[in-house]
Design a protein around this ligand. Structure first.
Ligand code: F6P
Length: 319
């Protein structure tokens, strides 16, 4: 193996730059040339590649976003898209690829390996923390800290006015962000996609708190009742309670990565390069209980990672 490539794909996550830096530096130390693919799978299909070096990857460890840019690329879900990408990779003499992203990215990587035999190792880069095979994903720690800071501020005004707030956080299929920030910010109720949200039970909890008191409900965007807007509407229709809604949105995806994210991203970058050199492919490298792990890409989406029940119990114990 002489030349490897790295790319970021799907929703960006703080720590992706630290990860790119780690792949480049580890590759260089192992005698490899490292190429950056610009714009995720879209850039791969178009041959948008650039040579990375120490200078290009200097002073990026603390930056949010991704210097390699990213994309969601429906074309890559088609066989023809993957043929184009494989041709470009071969044309540029790329012997192995590190793919940093979430489950969409890993689906693409899996098919690239299966259909074209291009060695590819995935690394978990998503704020959602919804990938099996790793305790945490790159970007998650920063996202929850960003969300917690915003929620603390909303609590101040909710408290002053004695208002009910529904605060929606990201997490398309998983409630990890919602549950962790719910506990960290002392929310009165946490609604997550993993469990059915019971409007009547929620009402009882809000009532117990006192309708004129500050009440903060954290809602994971993937909740089956339609996020913060859906829940607040249902509560109003059934019980005539009005509320304020705050959707934190993409603020959770930006900002300088926390130390934990920088270290995780660096460690997994180095581990991914070594996995390629050891001849591994179609796997994701992750970290579990402090150890580097490697699991088949398919497992990362087939085995659904769920918010552990002990966290849900804790959230309600402490209300
Ligand atoms: O990357 C994960 C995520 O931030 C989810 O939490 C969210 O549902 C989704 O991406 C939003 O994606 P986009 O920015 O493409 O709308």
């Amino acid at each position: 193996m002489k030349r490897i490539a790295v790319f970021t794909s799907g929703g960006d996550a703080p720590g992706m730059n630290a990860h790119i830096r780690a792949v480049e530096r580890t590759g260089e130390k192992r005698g490899l040339e490292v190429i950056g693919i610009i714009g995720g799978y879209s850039g791969m299909m178009l041959g948008h590649f650039e040579v990375l070096d120490r200078i290009r990857t200097a002073n990026i460890i603390d930056r949010g976003g991704t210097i390699l840019k990213t994309s969601r690329c429906p074309e890559f879900e088609e066989v023809e898209g993957r043929i184009k990408a494989a041709e470009e990779l071969r044309k540029h003499g790329i012997d192995g690829v590190v793919a940093c992203g979430g489950d969409g990215t890993f689906h693409g990587a899996h098919y690239l390996w299966q259909e074209h035999g291009i060695p590819i190792v995935g690394t978990p880069g998503t704020i959602d923390n919804d990938l099996s095979g790793t305790d945490y994903t790159i970007g998650y720690d920063t996202a929850i800290n960003t969300a917690a800071q915003a929620i603390d501020k909303i609590r101040d005004t909710a408290d002053s006015h004695g208002r009910l707030f529904f605060i929606e956080v990201m997490g398309r299929h998983a409630g990890f962000i919602a549950m962790d920030v719910g506990i960290a910010c002392g929310a009165e109720y946490v609604a997550v996609p993993e469990t059915l949200t019971d409007i009547d039970e929620m009402y009882q909890r809000i009532l117990a708190q006192g309708l004129d008191k500050r009440t903060v409900v954290i809602v994971g965007e993937g909740d089956e009742l339609g996020g913060a807007l859906g829940i607040s509407k249902k509560l109003e229709e059934r019980y005539g309670i009005s509320s304020k809604i705050s959707i934190l949105g993409h603020i959770q995806r930006g900002g300088s990565p926390t130390v934990r994210d920088r270290v995780l991203a660096s460690r997994l970058g180095a581990a991914a390069v070594d996995a390629l050199l050891e001849g591994r492919s179609d796997v994701m490298v992750g970290e579990m209980s402090g150890q580097i792990t490697s699991v088949p890409l398919e497992q990362t989406w087939e085995e659904r990672k769920l918010v552990p029940p002990y966290l849900t119990e804790l959230a309600y114990l402490l209300v």
